[in-house]
Design a protein around this ligand. Structure first.
Ligand SMILES: NC(=O)c1ccc[n+]([C@@H]2O[C@H](COP(=O)([O-])OP(=O)(O)OC[C@H]3O[C@@H](n4cnc5c(N)ncnc54)[C@H](O)[C@@H]3O)[C@@H](O)[C@H]2O)c1
Ligand SMILES: O=P(O)(O)OC[C@H](O)CO
Length: 332
């Protein structure tokens, strides 16, 4: 079945997804907020800054008019950074028809409310069905049609199955899950741990340290998420350890790259500027730190990263403090 799909956000992931969905024979419109940018991409069929050297199919309709983009959409894909979603929806609330299914691609937690994106959407658009698409999926590789696996999660299993059908292709395999809390927390917090891994790389540490942060990182994420009601098994899946591994090891990861710069002494503002695309982990570290405090979950890596990013602590000292913590049982 072919659907009318509107993608809101013309960054690297929105662009790669527009190509995938168009090749799956859906009617795809992609919205860029910047008119000039939209015109250039329309003319060149390339999003040079965010996804260079990838041809956007002629069938993808490019517009900077959000009303035109959303008109008739059965599926609305949210492809802007986490902190922009509330403003984007509230500023255009009358355009979101109740029967459109929302598919969120963003991975993060809202800074002030500590909400997951499903909670933001539930508050603003309570009647729309909501699905999150998450998992190890760098835009650069999806655009090159490299085999990729993700998970579509929703409380509404039928909606998750619909998104599975819409996105699935020869190179893009989609699983479903109903543990939306686990999938959203995994996707958001892997960016925080990837920053920590990047810092370790930037400080010159090796693979042992990387594996340690990945492993103790998933332990922290799962502990927090379980307290919020998630299923621990989700963290063995694509949105858990799967996405954590890819983000902590990939040359494409913006979060890992920003971490490397932090490890080399850049400030978080300088690192984000240098990466030039959204580094979700920076703000999500703030939210995760608050969430851990509120839920009384011990998250040592998150705490140390928070101190480096928001209290000007030195990264070297953070590593030292982590290594010299009290002895403990591995599973606690
Ligand atoms: N890039 C990937 O490989 C990838 C993969 C999976 C998930 N994600 C997630 O998808 C989300 C988007 O990431 P991205 O990689 O496309 O980011 P990006 O930095 O490449 O692009 C973000 C885009 O959003 C636009 N934008 C920002 N604020 C906006 C607003 N208020 N209104 C309209 N447009 C706005 C920017 O102009 C830009 O085009 C992030 O949460 C990211 O974690 C990214
Ligand atoms: O480049 P990153 O660090 O934002 O990660 C992108 C995707 O979330 C990887 O699955």
């Amino acid at each position: 079945m072919n659907y009318n799909i509107s993608i809101l956000g013309g960054g690297s992931w929105g662009t790669a997804v527009s190509k995938l969905l168009s090749e799956n024979n859906h009617n795809v419109k992609i919205w860029f907020r910047n008119e000039k940018k939209a015109e250039i991409v329309k003319k060149t069929r390339e999003n040079k800054h965010y996804l260079p050297d990838i041809k956007i199919p002629e069938e993808v309709y490019i517009t900077s008019d959000i009303k035109e983009a959303v008109e008739g959409a059965e599926i609305i894909v949210l492809a802007v950074p986490t902190q922009e979603i509330r403003g984007l929806i509230t500023g255009n609330i009358e355009l979101f028809k109740k029967d459109a299914v929302l598919v969120n691609l963003a991975k993060g937690l809202e800074k002030d409310t500590l909400y997951r994106i499903s909670q933001v959407c539930e508050e603003l658009l309570p009647e729309n069905r909501f699905v999150v698409l998450s998992g190890p999926s760098h835009a650069e590789e999806v655009a090159l049609e490299m085999p990729t696996t993700v998970v579509a999660a929703s409380l509404d299993e039928e909606a998750a199955k619909m998104v599975q059908d819409i996105f699935m292709s020869d190179y893009f395999r989609v699983y479903i899950n109903t543990d939306i809390i686990g999938v959203e927390i995994g996707g958001a917090l892997k960016n925080v741990i990837a920053l920590a891994v990047g810092i370790s790389d930037g400080l010159g540490f090796g693979d042992n340290t990387k594996a340690a942060i990945i492993n103790r990182g998933i332990h922290e994420i799962a502990k927090l998420a379980e307290k919020m009601g998630a299923d621990r098994l989700t963290f063995l899946g694509l949105s858990g350890i799967g996405d954590l591994v890819v983000t902590c090891t990939s040359e494409h990861s913006r979060n890992r790259r920003a971490g490397i710069l932090l490890g080399k002494g850049y400030t978080k503002e300088e690192a984000a500027e240098e990466v030039g695309m959204v580094v979700e982990g920076i703000i999500t570290t703030h939210a995760a730190y608050q969430m851990a405090k509120k839920s009384e979950v011990e998250m040592p890596i998150v705490n140390e990263l928070y101190a480096v990013l928001y209290s000007d602590h030195k990264a070297e000292d953070a590593v030292d403090r982590l290594m010299k913590r009290n002895k403990k049982h591995e599973q606690h």
